[in-house]
Design a protein around this ligand. Structure first.
Ligand code: ADP
Ligand code: MG
Ligand code: MG
Ligand code: MG
Length: 417
C-alpha cells in the first residue's frame, strides 16, 4: 500500500478518512454516518478531535506542519507526533494508568488515536475555578518519580537507555522551543514576547538588567541541554494534566526529550505556585484563602510523594549502571547507598527550584502565557498578581542553593503574596 501524503483532518473529513480504521471502529463502532466529530484543541500546537460513535468515544490528535497558535509562518515538524506516541508508550509502561490508553498511531498522518478522557477536565481550569482536588499531589508525585527514575541509568539497561536517548535526540525543534522560550526570551526583547503593559514595564526592564538572574537562567539552560539524565515529559504543566475528583492523567508529552530529572518537577511545581499567585484575581465570588492554603499544601505533598517514591525505587529497583548495588548494599554498605541518594535528591531539589523560577517568568513575559493570569480581566489586578509571581520566581531561581526546604519556599510565597 502506497503511503498517502500528509493531510490535515477536519470535522467534515474525519469520518470518511478514518472510517476504515479498525482500531477506531473497535472502540466507537463502525457506523460512520452516525459519528459525531468535534474539534476541541485548546493547546498551542495541534488539532484534537473527539469522535463519538454508537459504542463509545475516542480522541484523535493530529500534528500540523506548523504551530497552530502562530500559523504557517512558524513551521514545526510533524514528527512531534512520533515523539508524543513513543513517550506515551514509555510513560504507560513506567507509570501504568497515568496516561490515556493509546489505540493507534499513524506516523505519516502524524495522528494518535487515544482514549477519550471523560468527564476529566484540564487541571488548570479546575484550579482557576477554585476546586480542591484531593489526589493530584499523590498522583503527580508518583508519576514523576516513576517515569523519571525508570527512564534513567539508575534503572534501565544502559544499551536500551542509549537507544532511547538517540531516538528522542531527534526532537530538536521542540527542544529548541523550550531552550529559547523558557531560558532566554523572557530576559531580552525577543520578538514574540508580551506582558501586561504598561503595568509591568519597569519590572520587565529590571529583570532584563538583572545580571545574576540572566547568568542563572543560562546555567539552567546549560543543565537542561547537557544533562541527558532521563526521559522527560517536557511540558508537564497544569494544562497537560486532566482530572476528575479522584483521577489524574497526564497528556501531551510531545516535548519528550532526555534531560534533567529536575526539569519536569520544577515546571510542574511552578504551575502550582502560579496558580497560588493568581488566586487574588479570581475572588469575585468569594475569598480564596482556603484555596491558597490548599495550593501550598499541594506543593508540599507533591514534593514529598516524589521524594519518597524516588527513594523507594532507589532502594528496590536500582538495576542500572549508576550507583550499582555491588558497590554498596551487596557489600553490606546500606549507608553508602543512602548517602548517594541524598546527593542525588539534593541536586534535583536545587535544580528544580531554578527551573520553577524561570518557568514562572516565561509564562508572564514570553510567548506562551497561562490562563491562570490571562483570565484575570482587570489588567491592574492581573499585573499585581503577575508582579508578585515574578518576584518569587526571581528569588527561587537566583537563591536556589540557599533554600533548603519546601516550607521555606512557601513561607516566601506567602510573604510576597
Ligand atoms: P496541544 O499539544 O495542542 O497542547 P493537547 O494534547 O494538550 O494538545 O490537547 C489539547 C486539548 O484537547 C486538551 O487541553 C484537552 O482539553 C483536550 N484533550 C486532549 N487529549 C484528550 C483526551 N485524551 N481526552 C479528552 N480530552 C483531551
Ligand atoms: Mg497541550
Ligand atoms: Mg500546548
Ligand atoms: Mg502539546
Amino acid at each position: 500500500t502506497g503511503k498517502l501524503p500528509f493531510e490535515a483532518l477536519s470535522v467534515e473529513t474525519l469520518a470518511a478518512r478514518l472510517g476504515a480504521n479498525t482500531a477506531l471502529c473497535s472502540h466507537i463502532g463502525k457506523d460512520t454516518p452516525r459519528w459525531k466529530v468535534r474539534e476541541v484543541g485548546d493547546g498551542n500546537l495541534n488539532l484534537v478531535f473527539i469522535v463519538e460513535g454508537a459504542q463509545g468515544a475516542a480522541v484523535v490528535k493530529q500534528a500540523l506542519p506548523y504551530v497552530r497558535l502562530v500559523g504557517d509562518s512558524w513551521p514545526l515538524p510533524l514528527k512531534r507526533s512520533f515523539f508524543e506516541y513513543h513517550a506515551l508508550t514509555r510513560q504507560q509502561a513506567r507509570a501504568p494508568g497515568s496516561v490515556p490508553a493509546i489505540h493507534h498511531f499513524d506516523e505519516g498522518q502524524a495522528l494518535i488515536i487515544m482514549e477519550y478522557l471523560s468527564p476529566h477536565i484540564i487541571l488548570r481550569r479546575a484550579l482557576i475555578e477554585g476546586r480542591q482536588l484531593p489526589n493530584i499531589a499523590r498522583d503527580i508525585g508518583l508519576f514523576m518519580a516513576r517515569t523519571l527514575f525508570r527512564g534513567s541509568d539508575l534503572s534501565m539497561v544502559t544499551k536500551d537507555r542509549k537507544a532511547d536517548l538517540a531516538l528522542f535526540a531527534d526532537n530538536v525543534e521542540l527542544c529548541d522551543i523550550t531552550e529559547n522560550l523558557v531560558f532566554s526570551d523572557p530576559y531580552f526583547d525577543a520578538r514574540m514576547n508580551r506582558h501586561t503593559s504598561p503595568q509591568l514595564d519597569s519590572i520587565v526592564a529590571e529583570l532584563r538588567a538583572d545580571r545574576d538572574l540572566k547568568v542563572e537562567a543560562q546555567r539552567l539552560k546549560h543543565i537542561f541541554a547537557a544533562n541527558a539524565e532521563t526521559l522527560l515529559h517536557g511540558d508537564l504543566h497544569s494544562g497537560s494534566i486532566m482530572v476528575t475528583e479522584t483521577e489524574t492523567r497526564m497528556i501531551d508529552p510531545e516535548f519528550a526529550f532526555y534531560g534533567p530529572i529536575a526539569f519536569d518537577v520544577g515546571m510542574l511545581l511552578a504551575n502550582f505556585w502560579m496558580a497560588f499567585f493568581s488566586q487574588r484575581g479570581h475572588e469575585q465570588i468569594g475569598k480564596r484563602d482556603a484555596m491558597r492554603a490548599y495550593l501550598l499544601g499541594v506543593t508540599v505533598e507533591t514534593w514529598s510523594v516524589f521524594r519518597s517514591e524516588f527513594s523507594h525505587l532507589w532502594r528496590t529497583e536500582r538495576t542500572g549502571m549508576l550507583y550499582q548495588k555491588s558497590l554498596f548494599e551487596d557489600q553490606g554498605d546500606r549507608l553508602g547507598s543512602e548517602q548517594a541518594l541524598d546527593h542525588v535528591l539534593h541536586q534535583i531539589w536545587t535544580d528544580m527550584l531554578g527551573f520553577a523560577g524561570v518557568e514562572v517568568h516565561r509564562r508572564i513575559l514570553g510567548l506562551a502565557h497561562n490562563a491562570d493570569f490571562e483570565t484575570i480581566a482587570d489588567a491592574d489586578l492581573r499585573a499585581t498578581c503577575e508582579a508578585k509571581a515574578l518576584k518569587f520566581g526571581r528569588h527561587i531561581a537566583v537563591s536556589r542553593r540557599q533554600i533548603h526546604s519546601i516550607d521555606e519556599v512557601n513561607t516566601l510565597a506567602a510573604l510576597i503574596e
